[in-house]
Write a protein that binds this ligand. Structure first.
Ligand code: GLC
Length: 474
């Protein structure tokens, strides 16, 4: 049987460019699928991407895109990296920017045109190379099903994955003209959203199948609390909505093979040297104290308000706390102000992939008090590195972390400290339970070692995607 051809479309892919979990999924899922499918991955060729390092070269004929009365030049590039075929779209307006989408406070005003160019360029790629399945991700590529429909001759089936419903790509209605999209799509059933144009709605309305990144989030987004104004619309399309849990690349995130660690390890007894090294490097004192880490974006979704509210109390306990991340200025300032008063808090601002892995290896606990969490990858990485997650019971965290009170060594899932209410009291209570678990060395080690042996790879979830692709092919 011949392999199905699959084009995976994402606005960010690790290691080329990354702001969040989408980049990790766009790196690891196509690799997990590539045995069964001929997979190509396409993304914008942002200015920050090191062309020489990855051997990125011009691949085929460039073209001009005529959109809303303006000509945009588009160049097509490509490379093979770790056995995967990557395609890159270059256009000055799309790519020559300091950030991928804008600053952490505000997206670029012309993101409609930028990702319109990207979407049309992908359609042009489909015209030149007919792929059977196109897998789209998040609002930046959500226009593509509409453009395919508008084009009228392409046969590709589309699957659209929502990694985070909160980022919808909503723009002024004038975007329709600038994007060369017919007004007939500007209806409640189409892309119209409170008088604006919603890229997210285009993805949901016109693709053949919608997935999101955990079964629990797939249910949550049908309710007003998590639906970001689209719960009704999603409910209308619920027959094509499926939740498939994310995996991680277990070769990349492997405490046994990780080259950046001072010592690799296969059970938590091997973490001590990594902890010692990290404490020394960050000026934190007390190898015997539990080390809590927070790694991620400093945005409200990740529970920064709760974290900041509770931080002075947590810091008053006999523990160390280390942060790595970047995000909104108000959170950075608040963290700075608290850290100034507490010698057991260490902050690193920025994005540093290898430091993050050294922190997972050093940590005893990972803090993840997210307000909502489509899936979350950090808890999976933490459990693989033997750090026990402390999580708010929401979204994908519900599907991946079971409460330690229900610990059962026979179960194949991970365990952690779970709290059910997004309140300071509930969170502090969880921290106290973590402190208690840490004092009970035997239980702590047993659970952390159990987590390290769980399978958080793409194996099972890749099968789900494969069966969806098959269904779409008919
Ligand atoms: C987004 C979500 C996160 C998810 C990731 C990858 O970053 O916030 O929960 O794990 O996408 O799907």
């Amino acid at each position: 049987m011949s392999k199905t051809s699959l084009l995976f479309v994402a606005s960010e892919v690790y290691p080329f460019a990354k702001t969040g979990g989408l980049a990790d999924v766009a790196h690891s899922l196509p690799r997990a699928l590539s045995g069964e499918h001929e997979v190509s991955v396409v993304m914008p060729l942002y200015k920050c991407i090191e062309r020489e390092r990855f051997g990125i070269v011009a691949l085929e004929e460039n073209f001009n895109l005529f959109m809303g009365g303006i000509d945009y030049p588009v160049e097509l590039y490509g490379c093979t990296y770790e056995g995967i075929d990557y395609r890159f779209i270059y256009s000055p307006l799309l790519c020559d920017r300091e950030f991928l989408y804008g600053s952490s406070e505000c997206g670029y005003e012309d993101n409609d045109i930028r990702f319109g160019i990207f979407s049309y360029a992908v359609v042009e790629l489909l015209r030149r190379h007919p792929y059977a399945i196109v897998h789209l991700n998040d609002w930046q590529s959500a226009l593509i099903p509409l453009l395919i429909k508008q084009e009228g001759t392409l046969i590709a089936k589309t699957l659209y994955t929502i990694h985070n419903l909160a980022y919808q790509g909503n723009f002024d209605s004038s975007a329709l003209y600038k994007l060369g999209i017919s007004m007939e799509y500007f209806t409640m059933d189409g892309v119209e959203f409170h008088g604006m144009v919603s890229f997210m709605k285009a993805g949901i309305a016109y693709c053949d199948c919608v997935t999101t990144v955990s079964p629990t989030y797939a249910k949550e987004i049908l309710k007003p609390e998590f639906g970001c104004g689209l719960d009704g619309f999603l409910a209308h399309h619920r027959s094509k909505l499926v939740g498939i849990l994310n995996g991680i690349d277990t070769e990349h995130f492997s405490s046994v093979n990780d080259q950046v660690l001072v010592q690799s390890y296969s059970d938590i007894s091997g973490k001590a040297l990594n902890k010692k090294d990290f404490l020394k490097q960050s000026g934190l004192i007390g190898i015997k104290k539990p080390l809590f880490v927070f790694i991620g974006r400093f945005v409200s979704q990740k529970g920064l308000d709760l974290l900041i509210e509770a931080l002075p109390k947590i810091a008053s306990l006999d523990c160390n706390i280390a942060f790595l991340g970047e995000g909104e200025a108000r959170y950075c300032e608040a963290l700075n102000a608290i850290a100034k008063e507490c010698s057991n808090i260490h902050l690193t601002f920025g994005y540093d992939e290898s430091l993050s892995r050294r922190m997972y290896a050093a940590a005893d606990f990972l803090l993840m008090p997210s307000v909502f969490e489509p899936c979350g990858l950090n808890q999976l990485i933490a459990m693989s590195y033997g750090a026990i997650p402390v999580v708010h019971l929401v979204g994908g965290l519900t599907d991946t972390v079971r409460n330690i009170e229900k610990y059962d060594s026979e179960k194949r899932n991970g365990f952690g400290i779970v709290f059910t209410k997004q309140t300071g009291r509930s969170f502090i209570n969880a921290i106290n339970r973590a402190m208690e678990l840490y004092r009970d060395k035997r239980s702590y080690s047993e659970i952390a070692n159990h987590n390290m042996k769980c399978d958080f790879s793409w194996k099972e979830s890749a099968k789900h995607y494969l069966s969806l692709y098959k269904k779409l092919e008919g």
